[in-house]
Design a protein around this ligand. Structure first.
Ligand code: ZN
Ligand code: ZN
Length: 277
């Protein structure tokens, strides 16, 4: 089984890269892309564990961007050269944006009567700090009953403590991935309650921005949504990809991806590389 979306403690997952690969293997995943937010720091350990356990590991990343409408757009990258200066630069800009964002979230929570010690939030994160780390501290402080409540009431997109992500545009991320020889995929186009119309508009913009694919086979997508997104993607010349977006266990599989997905992404990356100036 192929899974092109997962997170480790290098960003906001709860499993170390080696633990994630072990869990993937137990869940029947034979090819796994590790796609931490704005960092490649979990990849080396994941590759080592993959070699030991017989799981093929693909280098991946999920870059945080914001489009002209101030909508958060996550850009998944695959098949890139991890030492590419263009990619390194964009990731360090994304990280800088995240740090400013975390300070802003803490300030927002404070003004809402939920003072949070940012050091405690940071202590929970081994790598990139994100909203799930804030949510865990909010639960332990008794401000909310659960992680879900923390997002539904306060931290989720459009909620009172929501702060939009960094300064990168989707185009910045696509260009950097392309320069690094990789491909760019629009993550979870139906997330945060986006309507089918909204998702279709996003796929159209993604195609214009040079994306290669879009997540069709995502964990939370119903069979009807998969069918709809697969046709939107095909209409716009985008490869339908997907994955579980695993952050915690149990592993919840995404609907099965077509076996040719990876081949198609590889062919696209190879074509882009040979036509590059
Ligand atoms: Zn995402
Ligand atoms: Zn993700």
């Amino acid at each position: 089984m192929l899974d092109l979306h997962s997170h480790t403690t290098a960003s906001d997952g709860v499993l170390r890269p080696s633990g994630l690969v072990r869990a993937a293997r137990q869940a029947g995943v034979r090819t796994l892309a590790v796609t931490d937010h704005d960092t490649l720091s979990g990849l080396a350990e994941a590759r080592r564990a993959g070699a030991e356990l017989g799981v093929e590991i693909l280098d991946g990343v999920e870059i945080s961007t914001v489009d002209a409408r101030k909508t958060s757009i996550h850009v998944l990258g695959y098949l890139f050269d991890p030492s590419s200066p263009a990619l390194t630069e964009v990731l360090s800009r994304a990280q800088g944006g995240r740090e400013a964002r975390n300070l802003a979230i803490a300030a927002r929570l404070n003004s809402l009567g939920m003072p949070i010690d940012l050091a405690r939030v940071r202590a929970l994160a081994e790598g990139t700090v994100g909203r799930p780390h804030f949510a865990r501290v909010m639960v332990s402080e008794g401000y909310v009953a659960s992680m879900e409540d923390a997002f539904d009431l306060w931290l989720g997109d459009g909620k009172p403590a929501y702060v939009p992500e960094g300064a990168l545009t989707p185009r910045d991320a696509v260009d950097a991935l392309r320069a690094a020889g990789g491909v760019a995929v629009l993550a979870h186009p139906l997330s945060n309650g986006r309507s089918p119309d909204h998702a279709l508009a996003e796929l159209r913009r993604a195609a214009k921005d040079g994306f290669d694919g879009a997540e069709v086979y995502y964990r939370s997508h119903t069979p009807g949504e998969v069918k709809m997104l697969a046709s939107f993607a095909a209409q716009n010349g985008l490869i339908g990809t997907g994955g579980s977006d695993t952050h915690v266990l149990p592993w919840t599989h995404a609907p099965a991806l077509p076996a040719t997905t990876l081949e198609r992404l590889r062919a696209k990356a190879a074509r882009a590389r040979t036509s590059a100036p």
